[in-house]
Write a protein that binds this ligand. Structure first.
Ligand SMILES: O=C(CO)COP(=O)(O)O
Length: 257
């Protein structure tokens, strides 16, 4: 099965950057030539979101890396989806492995945050992925399907959801999943969507890969039929390399042609 959605590349800047380095990154992105047929989104740290929205080209949309599970109020340190919409954001990342495994968010919390963000009109980049010991114990699809079910329990409209498959062992390690390894899990996720949600949702939902994607490996990954784009960490902090990864859409088109 193949995804029919448009290629999608997100740059997750995580907890990196300064006013100065972000100014330079935005300048690089503003002067870049992005190919047709790719949606490009960047996710700066909260404190730099306004700077990015005010200076970045409209060709690129902006995401937050997290949001609170409900309306704002007495929740010290949190940011509500309402506030993200208010400052002009279009997207939010939910369930990133660092939020699951470093901060300790559960499937249930992530599901609630996702449904609230969607209810406010944000698109959600919904992350799933197994740890190394889970892969080694042959539990990859079991873990990923459990994470998918927790999202599905809270999602009624999939049209603004992009799924990011990010194996934890590949994140920030330089150990990218092989195109075949990634394709296998992407196809399994698409099959799950087809069975549990609908064949239409399975065909239309973008399933993107994250974990040590760079300017060199993105082309081969993009050629795999169920890989509809990328969620990029480290390499998204380097403007020209991130542009190369976005333009891997041409490798995708070359296979489709
Ligand atoms: O976590 C990631 C994107 O969300 C991937 O990070 P790296 O590209 O640095 O491995």
């Amino acid at each position: 099965m193949t995804g029919s959605g448009k290629f999608f590349v997100g740059g997750n800047w995580k907890c990196n950057g300064t006013k100065e380095s972000i100014k330079k990154l935005v300048e690089d992105l503003n002067s870049a030539k992005f190919e047709e047929g790719v949606d490009v989104v960047v996710a700066p740290p909260f404190v730099y979101i306004s700077q990015v929205i005010d200076t970045l080209t409209d060709r690129i949309e902006v995401a937050a890396q997290n949001s609170w599970s409900g309306k704002g109020g007495a929740f010290t340190g949190e940011i509500s989806a309402d506030q993200l919409v208010d400052v002009g954001l279009k997207w939010v990342i939910q369930g990133h492995s660092e939020r699951r495994h470093v901060i300790g968010e559960t499937n249930a919390t992530i599901g609630k945050k996702t449904s609230y963000a969607l209810s406010k009109g944000l698109g959600v980049i919904a992350c799933v992925g197994e740890k190394l010991e889970e892969r080694e114990a042959d539990r990859t699809t079991e873990v990923v399907f459990e994470q998918m079910q927790a999202f599905a329990d809270e999602i009624s409209d999939w049209s603004k959801v992009v799924i990011a498959y990010e194996p934890v062992w590949a994140i920030g390690t330089g150990k990218v999943a092989s195109p075949q390894q990634a394709q296998e899990v992407h196809a399994a996720i698409r099959g799950w969507l087809s069975d549990k949600i609908s064949p239409e949702v399975a065909a239309a939902t973008r399933i993107i890969y994250g974990g040590s994607v760079n300017g060199t490996n993105s082309g081969e990954l993009a050629k795999k039929e169920d890989i509809d784009g990328f969620l990029v960490g480290g390499a998204s902090l380097k403007g020209p390399e991130f542009v190369t990864i976005c333009n891997a859409v041409t490798a995708k088109k070359s296979v489709a042609a």
